[in-house]
Design a binder for this molecule. Structure first.
Ligand SMILES: Nc1ncnc2c1ncn2[C@@H]1O[C@H](COP(=O)(O)OP(=O)(O)OP(=O)(O)O)[C@@H](O)[C@H]1O
Ligand SMILES: [Mg+2]
Length: 682
């Protein structure tokens, strides 16, 4: 189906049109209709995909006037050639010629009079139905022949007068087809642009509504449809006040068209910032509205309002914060990552889970490496704030002024070296999340006072600023020092201490829960061997015994580092006691062997202070030491499992037969010791 159709008011024109279309190789659909018949035909052609119409004379005018057709109409203009041809024909019937027709056909024709040796009278038709009277008047005036369009000719013939049709020649038709092709190109181009515009408008997440100067809706994008629950098809063309009075267009249109300052009218609060967005409720949703007038050369041509769903904005902000700080400000660990079956660690986990369910400040105390950060992250991830940021700050790692600007942020020009645009502090970054204040004891006293204010007021003031910023942050503080003692010594603010000490979580040192050591060592070894690509077959029981006997002043972290070294040192993948001793030997911070009393309050199992196992000069030899430690761990495991030896073996990370063997030899040794002791009795 061609995009162009030519509606010919007379047959010959249809024939010429077909011919021209063929010769210029432009497809044109040619149809016949005159005046009042044309609009119905045009509507049908439009439905069939025609985009541009061509017609002539009165029929072209009728089509242009028919609003419901809505297609551009290109007119075949009557050329001088056409008139000359008609005059030449008419001359055969007489010299007095009247040219009757619509303005577009007749004007200027009289100029031919002289050159063609005739007398030409121009008679302009206003309306088709005037044709009859006009023709009769012309005949009364005594013309010999009439020339004109189809109506003129038909009317003249009806009155028995002579008439010649001004026919459009191929050059006029060709011009019209060329023009129609240009119109078609522009139209397609415009349609493509309009499509693009609609695509853009419909794909923005903000609702967009535009109205013309009279307040009729011209644009109503998809987001606006979602927001209002109304279909664009139902509202476009209608007055905005009738559809959506709450959009607040009335004031801005009135102000803009009266030349007043529209910005003031757009806000209910006259002193507010110009064009600042307002929050209002549309269809039950809280939205942020921004309205602007469309001002074209000083006068108001309409207005545009954009709407943003406030809850979506908040979600976006949250998501943005999360992504912005994804690197440093998320908590990786959950309670599932905490390894340990000891009663002490299980009690800590239970308590921490309870803390996660509430929003109060938490203070985590524990020696270095006991898992304070691990617990803080797990609490955050189990809390309602899990989708918010987790911001960790080491309060002892930064110099006072830097820590202050990091925590609280600053405004432009707050101090020399400050970034021009100012900087958000970590408290602001942690908004809707958790801030983990690690090594809180290391915070200088002056900052402690500032921190206390933030905790009390729940707002921060950036350095150099006089405004406060409200913050919603949960605080988890941690310390490996005895804060109470620091308070007594005046090194920690008492008020802050009581502020922080709302929910207290004390993490047990590893030496107080040696039963966790085998499982921790095993877990670390498996994950590390996968990571390092080194084989791991297990720890020998001697190796475990050494691990159990070590005091682990660096707690779990030290154990983890030691296990990593063991894996590297071990040749076969089976970690032996020598591997462990080598690893411990060069683990910084390992201070040799413990007093056995630290492993267990029961001193009967071993004696006094022990020197390094390699220092054979002091104390017992290594073997008996390991035996003692082993004996202790076994006894403890067996009693912890209520005498269930298989379970005890599992906990110890050794197999059942080994456990049996060890228990038997222990029994024999104990009897021998008892006998020896007995022999010394006086
Ligand atoms: N129970 C546990 N299960 C598994 N891994 C643990 C456990 N406790 C600690 N860890 C690991 O030990 C290392 C030290 O833990 P973390 O950093 O939480 O200790 P910390 O108490 O914050 O230490 P510091 O006081 O030195 O900062 C981390 O790699 C952590 O994952
Ligand atoms: Mg830590």
């Amino acid at each position: 189906m061609p995009d162009i159709a030519l509606i010919a008011p007379y047959d010959n024109l249809a024939a010429v049109a077909c011919e021209v279309s063929r010769t210029v190789r432009k497809p044109v659909r040619v149809e016949r209709a005159l005046l009042g018949e044309a609009p119905a035909l045009a509507r049908r052609l439009k439905r069939e995909g025609v985009q541009v119409l061509i017609s002539r004379g009165g029929t072209a005018l009728v089509l242009q006037d028919a609003k419901d057709v809505g297609l551009p109409v290109v007119e075949i203009r009557v050329t001088a050639y056409d008139v000359v041809r008609a005059v030449a024909k008419a001359r055969l019937f007489g010299r007095r010629i009247a040219i009757v027709g619509f303005e577009n056909m007749v004007l200027g024709a009289s100029t031919l009079s002289e050159s063609m040796d005739v007398e030409i009278k121009e008679i302009v038709l206003e309306r088709a139905r005037d044709a009859d009277t006009t023709v009769r008047e012309a005949l009364r005036d005594g013309v010999d022949v009439l020339i004109g369009g189809v109506i003129t000719v038909r009317t003249a013939e009806k009155h028995g007068a002579r008439a010649v049709l001004i026919e459009s020649g191929p050059e006029a038709v060709r011009q019209a087809i060329d023009e129609a092709s240009r119109v078609l190109w522009v139209k397609k181009h415009e349609t493509a642009r309009a499509e693009q515009f609609k695509l853009i408008i419909d794909n923005v997440s903000d609702g967009i509504i535009a109205v013309d100067d009279a307040g009729h809706i011209t644009v109503f994008n998809e987001a606006a449809q979602r927001l209002t629950g109304r279909a664009a098809a139902d509202v476009v063309g209608r007055h905005v006040d009738e559809v959506l009075p709450e959009a607040g267009f009335a004031a801005i249109l009135a102000a803009a068209s009266s030349g007043r300052d529209w910005r003031r009218e757009s806000s209910s609060n006259p002193s507010s910032q110009p064009a600042s967005p307002e929050v209002c409720r549309i269809n039950g949703t809280l939205v942020n509205v921004t309205r602007v007038p469309i001002v074209v050369s000083g006068s108001c041509a309409g207005a545009i309002a954009t709407f943003q769903d406030v809850s979506r904005l908040q979600a976006l902000e949250k998501d943005l914060r999360k992504r912005l700080y994804a690197r440093g400000h998320v908590a990786r660990f959950t309670f599932g990552d905490i390894v340990g079956t000891s009663r002490a660690i299980q009690a800590a986990i239970t308590k921490a889970r309870r803390f996660a369910a509430v929003d109060s400040t938490i203070l985590i105390l524990g020696e270095t490496g006991t898992g304070k950060e691990l617990f803080a992250q797990s609490i955050h991830n189990a809390s309602a704030r899990r989708d918010g940021p987790f911001v960790a700050v080491n309060c002892a790692a930064l110099p006072e002024s830097l820590l202050e600007s990091e925590l609280f942020g600053y405004v432009e020009g707050a101090f020399t070296g400050a970034k021009r645009e100012g900087k958000q502090g970590l408290f602001e970054l942690a908004h809707h999340g958790t801030i983990f204040l690690d090594e809180i004891a290391g915070m200088p006293l002056r900052l402690q006072a500032r921190l206390l204010r933030v905790l009390q007021e729940k707002e921060v003031m950036r350095l150099g600023d006089d405004r406060t910023i409200p913050i919603d942050v949960r605080v988890i503080a941690a310390s490996n020092k005895d804060l109470r003692k620091l308070v007594a010594e005046g090194l920690f603010q008492a008020d802050l201490y009581y502020r922080l000490d709302v929910l207290k979580l004390a993490l047990p040192p590893l030496r107080e829960r040696p039963e966790d050591i085998p499982l921790l060592a095993e877990t670390f070894a498996r994950t590390l061997s996968a990571k390092l690509g080194t084989p791991f077959q297990g720890f020998t029981s001697d190796a475990l015994a050494v691990l159990l006997a070590h005091p682990w002043h660096g707690n779990v972290r030290e154990l983890k580092n030691t296990v990593e070294k063991c894996l590297v040192l071990s040749e076969s993948g089976c970690v032996t006691n020598n591997d462990v001793l080598d690893a411990i030997g060069d683990t910084p911070g390992s201070e040799g062997w413990p007093r056995i009393t630290e492993i267990d309050g029961d001193t009967s199992s071993a004696a006094g202070t022990l020197a390094s196992p390699r220092d054979s000069g002091t104390g017992r030899d290594l073997e008996s030491l390991i035996k003692a430690v082993e004996r202790e761990s076994i006894a403890r495991a067996v009693s912890a499992c209520g005498g269930n030896k298989s379970e005890a073996a599992r906990r110890l990370g050794i197999n059942r037969t080994t456990l049996w063997r060890k228990l038997r030899s222990e029994h024999t040794a104990a009897r021998r010791d008892a006998q020896r002791e007995g022999g010394r009795e006086p």
